[in-house]
Design a protein around this ligand. Structure first.
Ligand code: NAP
Length: 249
C-alpha cells in the first residue's frame, strides 16, 4: 500500500515493541515525521530513532507513562512545538493484568483502566485543541476483540477496551464538524510479547476459534491503522475495524 503522508506529523504511543513498533515501521515509508512514546524500553527507543533518522525521517522518542495527564500534554506539545502540527495520533500503548474476577486485585483493575483507557483520554484531550485549530487530523485507538466479545480472566482489560469503543464513537461525533476523524482498530490474537504470556493451551483454544486459522502479525494490524490514517479513509469516522481473522463476526 503506497501512501503519501509527507508533511504530516504522527504520534504513536508505545512504539518500541509489538504492534506499536510495526505501526512506526509502516508509517516510515509514507514520508511522515514520526514521534513515538515508550515507558521503559529506552535502548530500543534510541535505536529506533537512529534507524528512522538514517532513512531520512524526522523522528523523536518521548518517554513517560500514558496514564499521566501531564505526560500526554508534554508529549503533544513536543510534537507541535517541533513540527507545528499533529496530524495523526495513534493510541496504541496498552497492558494486561489478567486474573479471574474473584482473585483480581483492585490495583490490577485500576492500573489497566488507567493505562488503557485514561491513557487514550489523556492523549486525545491533549491533541483536541491542535487538531481543532488545524481543522483536520485523525485519531486511531487500539481496542481489542476482547472489548467486543469478552474473555474470562480479562474483566479489567475487556472493560478498558470496550470503553475505548464508546469513547471513540463519542469523540468522532464531537470532532466531525472540525474535520477530525476518530476510529478504532480492534485486533484479535496478535503474536507479540503481550500474548507470549498466555499458555499454549489458551493460545491454541483462541486460534481454533479464528476462521482464518492463524494469529495476526503486528504488520496486519499496522496496515489497518495506516489505511485509516490515509486519505483513502477520508469518509470513515466512528468505525471499529476488526483485524481478527473473522473471530468477532
Ligand atoms: P506489547 O508488545 O506489550 O507492547 C506494549 C507497548 O506499550 C510498548 O511499547 C510499551 O512500552 C508501551 N506501554 C505499555 N505500558 C505503557 C505505559 N503505561 N505508558 C507508556 N507506554 C506503555 O503490546 P502489543 O501486543 O503490541 O499491544 C499493543 C496494543 O494492541 C495494546 O493496546 C493492546 O491492548 C492491543 N491489542 C493487542 C493484542 C495482542 O494480541 N497482542 C490484541 C488486541 C489488542 P515499553 O516497551 O517502554 O514498556
Amino acid at each position: 500500500m503506497q501512501i503519501d503522508l509527507s508533511d504530516k506529523s504522527i504520534l504513536v504511543t508505545g512504539g518500541t515493541r509489538g504492534i506499536g513498533r510495526s505501526i512506526v515501521d509502516a508509517f516510515a515509508s509514507t514520508g511522515a515525521r514520526i514521534a513515538f512514546t515508550y515507558r521503559s524500553s529506552s535502548d530500543e527507543a534510541d535505536a529506533l530513532v537512529s534507524e528512522l533518522q538514517e532513512q531520512g525521517i524526522d523522528a523523536m522518542a518521548l518517554q513517560g507513562n500514558v496514564a499521566e495527564t501531564d505526560v500526554a500534554q508534554k508529549h503533544v506539545d513536543a510534537v507541535t512545538d517541533a513540527w507545528d502540527s499533529l496530524d495523526v495520533l495513534i493510541n496504541n500503548a496498552g497492558i494486561t493484568r489478567d486474573n479471574l474476577m474473584l482473585r483480581m486485585k483492585e490495583e490490577d483493575w485500576d492500573t489497566v483502566l488507567d493505562v488503557n483507557l485514561k491513557g487514550v483520554f489523556n492523549y486525545a484531550k491533549a491533541a483536541y485543541r491542535p487538531m481543532m485549530r488545524q481543522r483536520g487530523g485523525t485519531i486511531i485507538n487500539l481496542s481489542s476483540v476482547v472489548g467486543v466479545m469478552g474473555n474470562p480472566g480479562q474483566t479489567n482489560y475487556a472493560a478498558s477496551k470496550a470503553g475505548i469503543i464508546g469513547f471513540s464513537k463519542s469523540l468522532a461525533k464531537e470532532l466531525s464538524t472540525r474535520g477530525v476523524r476518530v476510529n478504532v482498530v480492534a485486533p484479535g490474537y496478535v503474536d507479540t510479547e503481550m500474548t507470549d504470556a498466555l499458555s499454549d493451551d489458551a493460545r491454541d483454544a483462541m486460534l481454533d476459534a479464528v476462521p482464518l486459522g492463524r494469529p495476526a502479525s503486528p504488520e496486519d494490524v499496522a496496515n489497518a491503522v495506516l489505511y485509516l490514517a490515509s486519505p483513502a479513509a477520508s469518509y470513515i469516522t466512528g468505525h471499529v475495524l476488526h483485524v481478527d481473522g473473522g473471530l468477532a463476526m
